[in-house]
Design a protein around this ligand. Structure first.
Ligand SMILES: O=P(O)(O)OC[C@H]1O[C@](O)(COP(=O)(O)O)[C@@H](O)[C@@H]1O
Ligand SMILES: [Mg+2]
Ligand SMILES: [Mg+2]
Length: 332
């Protein structure tokens, strides 16, 4: 019998068991992450997943724990970053779980926040087909962040709820509702890829970097944690924008992030928090994955900032090629 890790109130009844099981595993992961090297070789490289990413011991441990915990929760299909194909957990289950069991694994060994991203939707008879649908089918999505405190941020389609893990009680306690602040001046992008980006992305970032002397007429700050969960949590708390665009590197035509178990869950959450999430030009939740591990460019955060990125994609070639000093259309 599993312990009660999350209050039933506020969680839709058909989802409570799966949410409780997710929280149960998250409590264990939070413990292990908190103990760091004392918990064993969590950051040890143990191979590669089917997407070619380096797998750490904690990636696999988390994946096994979540898959196991789904038994008896109403979940039929389990799709994970760490598994090539969809697994059937319970033929009678009505739900499907997509999960990035451990996000930000490159940060495990340096004590930087990492997390788990998930979404829940109704199960179809075919496992793969279930996940190859647009985001309108999602019943819930969210993330756990294993940071200085462990938090769960989740939507059931009616706004966003936040819970903090009380380590003494071993249970998640609901705190204030989170909405993305409308005003912010931080952007997050892996700037080491600047030379590979398309012109509209370069132009957008050039104008942020130009600060008060550029067309934006104000200064910005930059962040890059290399943990999608940590970037999302910061944006939930204090706004801003995150970009992982496609670029010219081989294999990065659609960026780095995976649509099914990273981008769609975050997009659902961000929209429910009053923000926006696009591919740069189109809504992420309208994208239909072409395969389980398909990638998509991703831009999300404060709504008007995300809208601004898409206007850069509409600018004529002469404007995006121009130095910021000449980019007349955006001068205030
Ligand atoms: O290597 P980069 O370009 O910094 O990419 C970092 C991105 O990759 C990810 O780590 C991918 O997630 P995984 O750790 O689950 O593979 C994101 O969390 C993060 O936003
Ligand atoms: Mg990830
Ligand atoms: Mg991962």
């Amino acid at each position: 019998m599993q312990e009660i890790r999350i209050p039933r109130g506020g969680v839709p009844a058909p989802l409570w068991q799966v949410m409780n099981a997710l929280c149960d595993v998250a409590v264990g992961l939070s413990d292990a992450v908190g103990r760091g090297p004392l918990a064993g070789q969590l950051a040890a490289n143990i191979g590669h997943n089917t997407d070619g990413d380096q797998q750490k011991a904690l990636d696999v441990l988390a994946d096994d724990a979540f898959a196991h915990a789904m038994q008896g929760t109403g979940v039929r299909w389990y799709a994970s970053e760490e598994r090539e194909t969809v697994n059937e957990i319970d033929v009678n289950g009505a739900l499907a779980l997509a999960i990035d069991p451990l996000d930000g694994s490159s940060n495990i060994n340096c004590n930087v926040s990492i997390g788990t991203i998930f979404s829940i939707q109704p199960a179809l008879d075919d496992g793969t087909e279930t996940f190859l649908r647009d985001g309108s089918h999602l019943l819930a999505s969210g993330y756990f962040i294993y940071g200085p405190h462990t938090a769960l941020v989740v939507t059931f389609g009616d706004g966003v709820r936040q819970y903090i893990l009380d380590r003494v009680e071993g249970a998640f306690v609901e705190t204030e509702t989170t909405m993305i602040p409308p005003e912010a001046s931080e952007f997050a992008i892996n700037a080491s890829n600047y030379r590979h980006w398309a012109k509209p992305v370069r132009a957008y970032i050039d104008d942020c970097l130009a600060g008060s002397e550029g067309p934006r007429g104000k200064n910005f700050n930059m962040r890059w944690v290399a943990s999608l969960v940590a970037e999302t949590h910061r944006i939930m708390c204090r706004g801003g924008i995150f970009l992982y665009p496609g670029d010219e590197r081989k294999g990065y035509e659609n960026g780095r992030l995976r649509l099914v178990y990273e981008c769609a869950p975050i997009a659902f959450l961000v929209e429910q928090a009053g923000g926006k999430a696009t591919t740069g030009t189109a809504r992420v939740l309208s994208q239909i994955p072409t395969s389980l591990h398909a990638r998509t460019p991703m831009v999300f955060g404060t709504a008007d900032k995300v809208d601004r990125v898409s206007t850069y994609h509409d600018l004529p070639e002469t404007e995006v090629s121009a130095l910021f000093g000449n980019r007349g259309l955006f001068r205030a």
